[in-house]
Design a protein around this ligand. Structure first.
Ligand SMILES: Nc1nc2c(c(=O)[nH]1)N[C@H]1C(S)=C(S)[C@@H](COP(=O)(O)OP(=O)(O)OC[C@H]3O[C@@H](n4cnc5c(=O)[nH]c(N)nc54)[C@H](O)[C@@H]3O)O[C@H]1N2
Ligand SMILES: Nc1nc2c(c(=O)[nH]1)N[C@H]1C(S)=C(S)[C@@H](COP(=O)(O)OP(=O)(O)OC[C@H]3O[C@@H](n4cnc5c(=O)[nH]c(N)nc54)[C@H](O)[C@@H]3O)O[C@H]1N2
Ligand code: SF4
Ligand SMILES: [Mo]
Length: 711
């Protein structure tokens, strides 16, 4: 047997960790962290790579449907036949109903660097394949993830997208982790920095509805009722403004709408906010004073605040708190990174369409700022032909029927389609509805590259593609070629790498001769860029907003008919607004806090990973469990007004009394039984949304938990 060990880039998620792989006769058998290399890390999923890569559940060949949609009957097909058939069906739909009748959806399996930079458009989150085809309907998980935090809230307030916001953790004295758990990041770069800063005397505060790993390690856990962070932020703004603890110079010179905010926050007294959020008034006051009086305070936040009725506005309130307390683009604060130069001409084709995308009318700000269709509107578009008929769907790297609320509504739409394509590693429930299913390769089977802050590296294929799998980007490139615009994609992995570094040929030469990658220079940080004219296109001081100011009252919000102030809305299905629902469903339901052993719906068919947590859990407080006669490990029924699903009780004071946290990811056919049966999104609500982003309220609903007896 030939045993070989070599450096590689982990091929399990887009995190790009530096690893050392072991190959036995060319077969991947082991993965270890690559010692002393930048971005060296190995999470538990990465460790189980051989099992993931060689899983018997990997799709073996292209498939063409023979049974009813959803039934799962397919025949094996060759690549040519499957691709020809796809192009033929797409062309037929275009001729009959127009190009807009096809929609594409990309998910968390489509975020590898080369896919983001060459396969996707719209800030890398949606496949560009349909744009030259003539359809505006490209979208993806930005319909339910990131866009509120990363586009809508920041762009309407200070004109910079979320991916440029960098908590300057290393230089911070107070690190507030609010609605994110950096422990589950891929890789956990922020987490490592936070722990290092904490050792260096920085204080860490976690604001979370759950005592997460991060909250446990923090100096303080501020437990909040989920969905109410907007009220918490406004309560802190009340303290900061009334006690005159804000940064006067910044407020006077650089903000718009401060007087309106001052008036609005008066109703959010700490005592009233305690009733809403469950955060004691004294804790709130102390926290507000601490943020305002600490010279260097940074903020980590992400999806935890997105999924409530006023998610976008709540996040705006948090950003405003950070800015007016003097922590915006400052050392140790919330720093704005300089934009990376795109590797390739982005708009290399026209993108004007006869009709707007689906969801554009319902969520105009979302459409304006993301350029994507809002996929929450997809079922209605198909089922009622509103605003026009939709007949085709292309899914790349996504498991929509486990990800979106009330999956049966989406499944019903899928049954009505004339054509559906799924590109994935395994048979998902979505794929059961598809006409054509194409087997994708993992990143261990492809050549690509990684860009990290200050560092770049080539991804060199570690093993040959398993069975007939192909690089997902090359599948899209081939479809584009057959549709007549192959020149818009690199047509081989070699061409891809040449194109990726076309603006830096000398860097590419160095990358080619290096095993572990090479450093790339990072610009010196420049603080308070708004003073220096570095944030606006016209190079004038100020912000890239209509007023040129940091807009506490947002012109873009007002333009689309929304409140200009960050107005808080109590969760529609919450104990304060829906006491009648609360009688039957008395517990606040939160879902989807990330777990280490799975990535959303992925890997729940991999024995070594399932062993770590073999059952989908509902975390419930000991008092609530005792009241219901529930013990740890008991199967329980979690019910909402939408449905009932069996989970297993984890009785723990890591959640507050009256609140539960339910695991997501279950509901795909390849998964082990307990997970397959437990799709949390049967409990969530497709109609209950943030009115601005269209995001579903995954994290602030009402439920009941009862002991389940199988008899
Ligand atoms: N291992 C692993 N890593 C992942 C993923 C995965 O599934 N597994 N998913 C990936 C994806 S798709 C994404 S978008 C990112 C997300 O990255 P994060 O946003 O960091 O996701 P979580 O780790 O769930 O952290 C969200 C935190 O918000 C808390 N929270 C929930 N509701 C509220 C609330 O109302 N208020 C407050 N203050 N806190 C709340 C949750 O308890 C949780 O601790 O992670 C990515 N990384
Ligand atoms: N209740 C509830 N629901 C949620 C959330 C929540 O917090 N609560 N979180 C939401 C969030 S933040 C998100 S982002 C969505 C995520 O929704 P999805 O992106 O749909 O989630 P995944 O389950 O990760 O699906 C990714 C799919 O890509 C496949 N895949 C992996 N690698 C590749 C590849 O190289 N090529 C191809 N073609 N496929 C590949 C995987 O097998 C998997 O089927 O879910 C959302 N759903
Ligand atoms: S975070 Fe992603 S890239 Fe890093 S080791 Fe884990 S699976 Fe691999
Ligand atoms: Mo996400």
């Amino acid at each position: 047997m030939v045993i070989e060990k070599k450096p590689a880039i982990c091929g399990i998620c887009e995190g790009g960790c530096a690893v050392e792989v072991t190959l036995e006769d060319g077969r991947l058998t082991g993965v270890a962290p690559l010692k002393d290399a930048p971005y060296s890390h190995l999470c538990v999923r990465g460790k189980h790579a051989p099992e993931i890569v060689y899983s018997p559940h990997r799709l073996k060949t292209p498939l063409i449907r023979t049974g009813e949609r959803g039934e799962g009957k397919f025949r094996e097909a060759g690549w040519d036949e499957a691709l020809d058939f796809t192009v033929q069906k797409m062309t037929e739909i275009k001729e009959k109903h127009g190009p807009q009748a096809i929609v594409s959806h990309s998910g968390r399996g489509a975020f590898e660097r080369s896919m983001v930079e060459f396969g996707n458009a719209r800030d890398g989150v949606a496949s560009k394949l349909l744009l030259p085809f003539g359809s505006p309907n490209i979208t993806g998980v930005s319909s339910i993830c990131y866009a509120s935090y990363g586009a809508l809230a920041p762009l309407t307030t200070f004109g910079v997208p979320g991916f440029r916001l960098m908590p300057d953790t290393e230089n911070s004295d107070l690190i507030v982790v609010w609605g994110t758990n950096p422990v589950t990041d891929s890789p956990p770069t922020h987490f490592k920095k936070i722990i290092a800063a904490q050792k260096n005397k920085a204080k860490v505060i976690a604001i979370d509805h759950m005592r997460t790993d991060m909250a446990r390690r923090a100096d303080r856990w501020v437990a909040v009722r989920s969905g109410t962070d907007g009220a918490l932020a406004l309560g802190m703004l009340n303290v900061v403004i009334n006690e005159k603890l804000y940064d006067r110079e910044f407020v006077e010179n650089w903000t718009a709408g401060f007087a309106e905010l001052r008036a609005y926050v008066q109703e959010f007294t700490p005592e009233k906010v305690e009733q809403i959020t469950l955060v004691p008034a004294q804790t709130l006051r102390a926290l507000a004073r601490e943020i305002a009086t600490t010279a260097r305070a940074c903020l980590h936040t992400y999806t935890g605040l997105e999924y409530t009725n006023s998610g976008v506005q709540n996040i705006r309130a948090v950003y405003i708190l950070w800015a007016i307390t003097g922590h915006f683009d400052t050392p140790g604060g919330l720093y704005i990174n300089n934009p990376a130069r795109p590797p390739l001409q982005k708009e290399d084709f026209t993108t004007s369409f006869d009709v707007p995308a689906i969801g554009a009318r319902e969520y105009p700000l979302f459409y304006e700022l993301t350029g994507c269709a809002q996929y929450m509107e997809f079922p209605r578009a198909v089922l009622t032909e509103t605003p026009y008929p939709v007949k085709g769907l292309l899914i790349n790297g996504s498991s929509t029927l486990t990800a979106y609320p009330q999956p049966e509504i989406f499944a019903e739409a899928y049954r009505r389609l004339d054509f559906m394509l799924v590109i994935d590693l395994v048979m998902t429930r979505d794929a059961l509805f598809a006409d054509v299913v194409l087997p994708a390769a993992t990143y261990y089977e492809t050549n690509s590259y990684m860009r990290y802050p200050g560092y770049a590296r080539l991804r060199r294929r570690v093993i040959e593609p398993v069975r007939q799998a192909r690089n997902s980007l090359m599948i899209l490139a081939e479809l584009a070629r057959r549709l007549g615009y192959g020149h818009l994609y690199p047509q081989s992995e070699e061409e891809l790498i040449e194109k990726a570094f076309a603006r830096a040929p000398e860097l590419l030469e160095r990358l080619k001769s290096s095993v572990d990658g090479v450093p790339v220079p990072v610009p010196e940080p420049t603080y308070k860029k708004y003073e220096l004219g570095l944030l606006r296109k016209d190079r004038q001081p100020g912000f890239e907003t209509p007023s040129g100011k940091f807009e506490i009252t947002s012109n873009l919000m007002a333009k689309h008919g929304y409140e200009a102030l960050p107005v808080y809305i109590e969760p529609e299905e919450g104990p304060l607004r829906a006491p009648e629902i609360c009688r039957e469903f008395p517990l606040v339901l939160n879902s989807g806090a990330r777990m280490q052993s799975t990535f959303r719906s992925q890997h729940l068919h991999v024995p070594g990973l399932v062993k770590i947590q073999d059952k989908p859990l509902v975390l419930i407080n000991p008092g609530d469990a005792a009241e219901r006669g529930i013990k740890g490990g008991d199967p329980v029924i979690v019910s909402t007004r939408r449905g009932q699903v069996v989970f297993y009780a984890d009785v723990t004071d890591n959640v507050l009394p009256g609140q539960v946290e339910v695991n997501m990811g279950g509901g795909n056919p390849a998964q082990v039984e307990a997970w397959r049966q437990a799709n949390v999104n049967y409990l969530t609500d497709a109609g209950n949304r943030d009115y601005i982003s269209g995001f579903p309220v995954y994290k602030a609903l009402l439920c009941q938990v009862e002991k389940w007896s199988q008899s």
